[in-house]
Design a protein around this ligand. Sequence first.
Ligand SMILES: Cc1cc2nc3c(=O)[nH]c(=O)nc-3n(C[C@H](O)[C@H](O)[C@H](O)COP(=O)(O)OP(=O)(O)OC[C@H]3O[C@@H](n4cnc5c(N)ncnc54)[C@H](O)[C@@H]3O)c2cc1C
Length: 368
Amino acid sequence: MRVLVAGGGISGTVTAMALKLAGHDPVVFEAYPAGGDDIGAFLTIMHNGMDALRAIGADRPVIDNSFAAYGVELVAPTGETVGRREFDTEGLDGPRTLTRATLYGVLQDEAARRGVPLERGRRLVGAQPGPAGITAEFADGTTETGDVLVGADGLRSVVRRLIDPAADEPRYTGLTVVYGYTRAGGLPAAPGIYRMIRGSRAAFGFTTDPDGATFWFARIPDNERPRDEIAAVTPAGWREFAHAAFDGDPLPCKDIIAATGDEVFGGHSYDVPETRVWSTPEMVLTGDAAHAASPAAGQGASMALEDSVVLAQCLRDRPDPVSAFAAYEGLRRERVEKLVKASAGGDVGEERGWLYSHHIDWDAKITA
Ligand SMILES: Cc1cc2nc3c(=O)[nH]c(=O)nc-3n(C[C@H](O)[C@H](O)[C@H](O)COP(=O)(O)OP(=O)(O)OC[C@H]3O[C@@H](n4cnc5c(N)ncnc54)[C@H](O)[C@@H]3O)c2cc1C
């Protein structure tokens, strides 16, 4: 089956790799001609995301380009450590932290190594079903025909709207998130641990990589501003915005932010609580296109990875796309919507075993 995949991000590349392993013929179309301008952004892939990558043998390149954390430490506004949670790493990979650009690069390289074509500069704008399957239309006027189209085109998915023109817009979570990393010395160190600090107005987290670089993020309650205004904020602007959020707090957050150069990136955080329709007979959604959670659980990438591998299993084992998409939605919807709901409260809670312990057995047959 020729599968058109819109989006060469996390879900698009992994869906394509998994489909190839399942015996299909995927081709990925990525809107951007080159990497994005998100220097400073980084991600943590949790155990369940690493498990999904391991299911298709794609975990090693990520492990080789990331560093591990073994737990979380909770710090009160006074600076006192009030809690500590070790990740249950027994038999589980993760969590692994790496820059967003590195993750995209690693996955795209691995997909290329496996013979998956990825065409850049091809922004999907429309799609028409027809007797030969589905024809995808691109902004440059070109078209491509395949048997099915996977929408792995992220938060502002075009495919979501093609499937259901009445689909809800992403919902602002009320939080602006600023991410950064710095190699400056003399900062408090948190090797192998995410130290989470609750300031009086905003939350901060940081960890130290094996080379001594500090990776940090700040989640700051904020009013929603127009998208072009947010896109125009400079690294210095993001730094100042984050710095001001911890003004007056007796915490190291301000020192870490002030020691950061241009490797800083921010934006509003949105979620997609419910996408009523996930598929048509020829189109289906994965990752943020189908569901997006507020960053509280750090699970967006991991859930996208799970979706990708499960969708490929369904398209491998079910007799036709319609039953494959139904099986996929049956396996995924409840889990991802539970995450979005839990994250929307800002606190996913201490009991996270249901998130981390998800396991995909690639050889297991999807029967319904
Ligand atoms: C700054 C930041 C930090 C984050 N931190 C974390 C974290 O620590 N842990 C975590 O799990 N999650 C995190 N997330 C969320 C996580 O990045 C997403 O959940 C994840 O990227 C979803 O993967 P995806 O493949 O569905 O979408 P994306 O990774 O967004 O990929 C979508 C791809 O589709 C392309 N595209 C878009 N439109 C089109 C089109 N019309 N045609 C063709 N291509 C198109 C885009 O250019 C992009 O490459 C973070 C998000 C941000 C913004």
